[in-house]
Design a protein around this ligand. Structure first.
Ligand code: KIV
Length: 278
């Protein structure tokens, strides 16, 4: 299997084949996603909540993100890896954004994701792409702007708002973004935006007619149970599987049935005699 690139995303869109993406934060999950030949892996700043237990995504730094990107890059050899630029790691200046984006690439990401579309983000997108750093944009509900958006709210609920998001997406496309994540949008709004763009859209809570889909893998695997958004479908229930396994382990430890002889190492008869028959 060949390593996927930005071209894979465009080729899939052009061929009418959906792009399948998931998040991953650690080596073994990335390895499983890669074995499943998933198209793209996002090392999302959602890891602040899902892997580190924070209430939101504000408390993760670029240096912390790099640890997870390195782990994912060691596990995923073929999937295209996107590093999510955390809160305030790219908003202060172009120099700050470029420096932090380049750290992600050096850590093993193949691209970065930037939320929003103000002038600064559009310029930064352009400068990243000119510097060899592919950019995945993120519009609609953008978690880093949650406080200004007034919480987890569906975006693009009117024709006007949908046109505004499309306008943003077009500007980002012109700036060189290779794709746009559309989060929490009515399905028809996302379909309309997708139809009017050349680059692929990757939906999350944005209906079936985006060019592809992304979800948090811990959500669809039933591993993260604090909060499950309506748009998540559970493909496994790992929380319950882990719970049952741990309960069984505990029972066996307490009842001395673990470790058994199978999981233990033998001492030679000669050495045994020295210890026990004196
Ligand atoms: O941080 C994240 O995981 C994300 C998505 C799921 C799009 O931004």
């Amino acid at each position: 299997m060949a390593k996927k690139t930005v071209n894979t995303f465009q080729n899939l869109k052009d061929a009418g084949e959906k792009i399948a993406m998931l998040t991953a934060y650690d080596y073994s999950t990335a390895k499983a996603l890669d074995e499943a030949n998933i198209d793209g892996i996002l090392v999302g700043d959602s890891l602040a909540m899902v892997a580190l237990g924070y209430e939101n995504t504000y408390n993760i730094s670029i240096d912390e993100m790099l640890i997870f990107i390195k782990a994912v890059a060691r596990g995923a050899k073929n999937s295209f890896i996107i590093g999510d630029m955390p809160y305030m790691s790219y908003n202060l200046s172009i120099a700050q954004g470029l420096e932090n984006a380049s750290k992600m690439i050096k850590a093993g990401a193949n691209a970065v994701k930037l939320e929003g579309c103000n002038e600064h983000i559009i310029n930064l997108t352009k400068r990243c792409v000119e510097s060899g750093i592919p950019v995945l944009s993120h519009l609609g509900f953008t978690p880093q702007l949650m406080n200004t958006l007034g919480g987890h709210r569906i975006q693009g609920k009117t024709a006007d708002k949908t046109e505004q998001i499309l306008e943003c997406a077009k500007r980002l496309e012109d700036a060189g973004a290779f794709g746009v994540v559309l989060e929490l949008l009515p399905a028809l709004s996302a379909e309309y935006i997708t139809k009017h763009l050349n680059i692929p859209t990757i939906g999350i809570g944005a209906g079936v007619n985006c060019s592809g889909q992304i979800v948090v893998s811990d959500d669809i695997l039933g591993k993260y149970t604090d909060f499950t958004p309506k748009f998540v479908k559970k493909y496994a229930n790992l929380h319950d599987t882990v719970l049952l396994a741990v309960e069984n382990y505990k029972k066996e430890v307490k009842s001395l049935s673990f470790p058994s002889e199978i999981e233990s190492f033998e001492l030679s008869s000669a050495e045994k005699e020295k210890l026990f028959i004196k």
